[in-house]
Design a protein around this ligand. Structure first.
Ligand code: GLN
Length: 546
């Protein structure tokens, strides 16, 4: 039977509940346990797929094609597991499920209520994941902060789980924040006390409290929290802000969290052989040379919108022992007059995925600049599509070439809606989503980088490369180096004779792991390092001009 660890948040949001949950998973898995994770999101959307990145940050796509919360990205990267749609449950899913069962007559004669019908549906999701995954431990992160109205059914459900699976099989962790008052130089525990009181009023007594703060705190604060919140002193965990998120598992381990959990579950103590991870973290933190890589997109003010891209770049940097200075550039601000100002100091450029026309012309200018100046360029999904538009406009001399997403009656629809998308009316969950196979063309950069003929990558798009332009683009050097097994869908485009100009219709960023970077990110960063060391074409030209 699986054990359950529930992670709730108090005081404020955005203090790293997802990272803490992922880190607990990392510790347990490293200690030899089989782990799975589920994120309960209280909002009413069925999934985050239709939400603006400004509202929600990145939409993380799992292998089975579900559009999920970005925390699932943290779980996959830290724990090194592949999750499915069973690991992200929203109020929207629960309510639509309960209501459609009511319409089918499954509760005939009954009144449908939050308790027990909604809470039963929530519990069923957790129990199903345990059944499906056969994990020793299921870690459940409850989104939002204790006190939110919409979170109540989830908290009630995790409270009921204690009786459902037995009190020896559940462990409640509450993550809070200790604000620092500069005038008195004190960390304050009162908001934590209030938050725990709120949690207890729902019937949940935390077994451990992880306290986030800007700095480490001493024993007296632990004692105070232990007394007021009725937890053992060694179960008050200090979690100060660290240089790298990948240090968090080590910190929680050193604070003894795994022993406390082992004790509560009466399982053998963990012997995580931390040496490997310690060495890895030392490497991450060691002072290194820095390269500047630009991410050019329209949501750059909110870095969470591209979190997997940023992490994948950092992983590749760890591999080459370089720090990546990610420069966030708003594509809406780029035009032909200022492109040099924005991009000339970069060693590599990434254009990530996106939807809608806003900012696209700036991305096309970016591609042109990277192509003409031999700056390594990596296009992800939309980033591949703008690469194709640029080549059609400037190399094939088709100035109005475009994607039909942006101009429906363009004379040169080099990117067009996929045939199977044409009759789709609903916007939620209807893109080409999840893992698909892609065959790589021999003697191309991508086949060399991957070192295999066939790959499986995750997708999230409606539009595709228009095969009518394959031959003419190939003549000017832009080659379809990866395609679906039936040859109908272009998956990778690469420009020959350029140090690194590759675009993928899929999202390689979702498969990168801290200690095993994705091959394309690894090679892209390698090419960017070479550019920095040897200078770009642009710099060489400027030098030769004197
Ligand atoms: N908007 C484009 C499409 O739907 C690109 C999608 C993306 O970048 N994820 O095909």
């Amino acid at each position: 039977m699986s054990k359950y660890i529930f992670v709730t948040g108090g005081v404020v949001s955005s203090v790293g509940k997802g990272i803490a949950t992922a880190s607990i998973g990392k510790i347990l898995k490293s200690g030899g346990l089989q782990v799975s994770v589920i994120k309960l999101d209280p909002y009413l959307n069925v999934d985050p797929g239709t939400m603006s990145p400004f509202q929600h940050g990145e939409v993380f796509v799992t292998g089975d094609g579900s559009e999920t919360d970005l925390d699932l990205g943290h779980y996959e990267r830290f724990i090194d597991i592949d999750l499915t749609k069973s690991s992200n449950v929203t109020s929207g899913q629960i309510y639509s499920d309960v209501i459609s069962r009511e319409r089918r007559g499954e509760f005939l004669g009954g009144t449908i209520q939050s308790v027990p019908h909604v809470t039963d549906a929530i519990k069923a999701k957790m129990l199903n994941l345990a059944d499906e995954s056969k994990a020793d431990v299921i870690i459940v992160e409850v989104g939002g902060t204790v006190g939110d109205i919409e979170g109540l059914p989830f908290l009630e459900a995790i409270r009921q789980m204690r009786n459902e699976v037995g009190k020896d099989n559940v462990f409640y962790i509450h993550l809070t924040y200790l604000p620092y008052i500069a005038t008195t130089g004190e960390l304050k525990t009162k908001p934590t006390q209030h938050s725990v009181r709120e949690l207890r009023s729902i019937g949940i007594q935390p077994d451990a409290i992880i306290c986030r703060s800007e700095q480490e705190f001493d024993d007296s604060i632990k004692t105070k929290i232990a007394v007021h919140c009725d937890v053992a002193k060694n179960s008050v965990i200090s979690a100060p802000t660290l240089e790298s998120v990948y240090e968090v598992p080590l910190m929680l381990y050193e604070e003894g969290l795994s022993d406390i959990i082992a004790d509560a579950f009466s399982i053998q103590e963990f012997h995580w052989d931390i040496e490997y991870w310690e060495k890895f973290v030392r490497l991450i933190k060691a002072p290194k040379n820095i390269i500047k890589v630009g991410i050019v997109g329209k949501y750059v003010d909110l870095h969470d919108a591209y979190i997997s891209v940023k992490e994948a770049l950092l992983h590749a940097g760890f591999f080459h022992e370089y720090d990546i200075d990610v420069v966030w550039i708003n594509s809406e601000e780029i035009d032909s007059n200022n492109v040099d100002y924005h991009l000339s100091n970069l060693s590599g450029i990434v254009v990530p995925g996106g939807f809608g026309y806003r900012g696209v012309e700036g991305m096309i200018e970016t591609v042109k600049y990277a192509r003409e100046n031999n700056i390594p360029y990596f296009g992800l999904c939309l980033g591949m599509q703008v690469m194709v538009i640029e080549a059609a406009r400037n190399l094939l001399r088709k100035p109005r070439a475009n994607s039909t997403e942006f101009e429906t009656d363009t004379p040169d629809p080099v990117i067009d809606l996929m045939i199977e998308q044409r009759d789709i009316k609903d916007l939620g969950g209807t893109m080409r989503l999840g893992i698909y196979e892609c065959m790589l063309l021999e003697n191309t950069k991508v086949s060399e980088f991957y070192g295999v003929e066939s790959i499986f990558e995750r997708h999230r798009h409606r539009f595709e490369f228009n095969n009518d332009y394959k031959a003419s683009l190939s003549e000017v050097g832009l080659v379809a180096s990866g395609q679906s097994p039936d040859g109908m869908l272009v998956e990778v485009m690469e420009l020959q004779g350029h140090p690194f100009m590759i675009g993928t219709q899929y999202h390689p960023e979702f498969l990168s792991r801290p200690d095993s970077p994705h091959p394309l990110f690894r090679e892209f960063v390698g090419a960017a390092i070479k550019t920095m060391l040897h200078g770009s074409q642009h710099e060489m030209e400027l030098e030769s001009l004197g």
